[in-house]
Design a binder for this molecule. Sequence first.
Ligand code: CDP
Length: 313
Amino acid sequence: MAGDGTVQLIDEKGKRVDGRLKDELRPTEIKIGVVKNADGSAEIRMGKNIIIAAVYGPRELHPKHRALPDRALIQCFYRMSTFSVNDRKSPAPSRREKEISMLLSDALTSVVLTDKYPRTTIDIYIQVIQADGGTRCASLTAASVALADAGVPMRGIIAAVASGLANDIVVLDLFDLEDQKGSGDMPLGYCPTLNEISLLQLDGVFTLEQFDECLDLSIEGAKRLYDIQTNTLKQRYADIRAEVAVDEDDEVKEELKEQLNDEVKEELIEQLKEEPKKEEVKEEPKKEEVKEEPKKEEVKEEPKKEEPKKGDE
Ligand code: CDP
């Protein structure tokens, strides 16, 4: 919402109320995989904004008659927590939340390869935990990363930022005070790899030069955000690869353990088999020797007895 431009938002040295220069983004950090139940998720912290995006799907759509025969339906549900702003926000979905949900759905539909999943829905739940201006843009940035985390095929990733007028000076990434008291704001969603604008809104009065400058500044800012998005995604997959490698190591170790166990078992079995054999072998020759000896004596004695018989005759 644009203000009347009477509040001093930027000093003569070009420093803004929060200490940033006109072309500076707020410190931005993205985390991936923050909602374990979701197919993909991301948390963005952009200045004081804290927003979580959780993706579910592609999955069956209810009621079924809303399903599209040739593509998936992208549904965003943008909600502000009651405690996310200074004045308690009503928990009932407001017109503003419905409008933001709709425009985020449209922006993401332009990059997701929806024709791969006909008759399904991809649901993206966006929860604003803490709001400090530019939440629709931060939500779009987080939702794009969450979709990538869910493995949803996309033509590109959207980065979004709002620029606007602080005392008629074009500044990048408005925070709440600049959004409320500045004389204009222009949220932009941009995909650097496609060079495509997927969201553009404008509130306030801009000259053509201001509009062009705002657009250029936002595109530059979106490119920097895109780097943060892709670096975070790359780090995520490096971590997954490392986890998988550790798991594989564990598997190899387990296999070795099992092999060793088997070897030990076999050895024990062999030992058990060998022990009775040795006893039998030791006993057998003793018995045979004892048996054979008297036999030999008997055989020797028999011819001796026969010889004297022949001589007598
Ligand atoms: O957040 P975004 O700039 O995309 O949307 P906005 O409608 O221009 O809101 C600007 C800011 O106003 C939000 O980021 C919040 O900080 C604040 N706001 C609020 O305090 N209470 C609301 N019910 C809605 C917004």
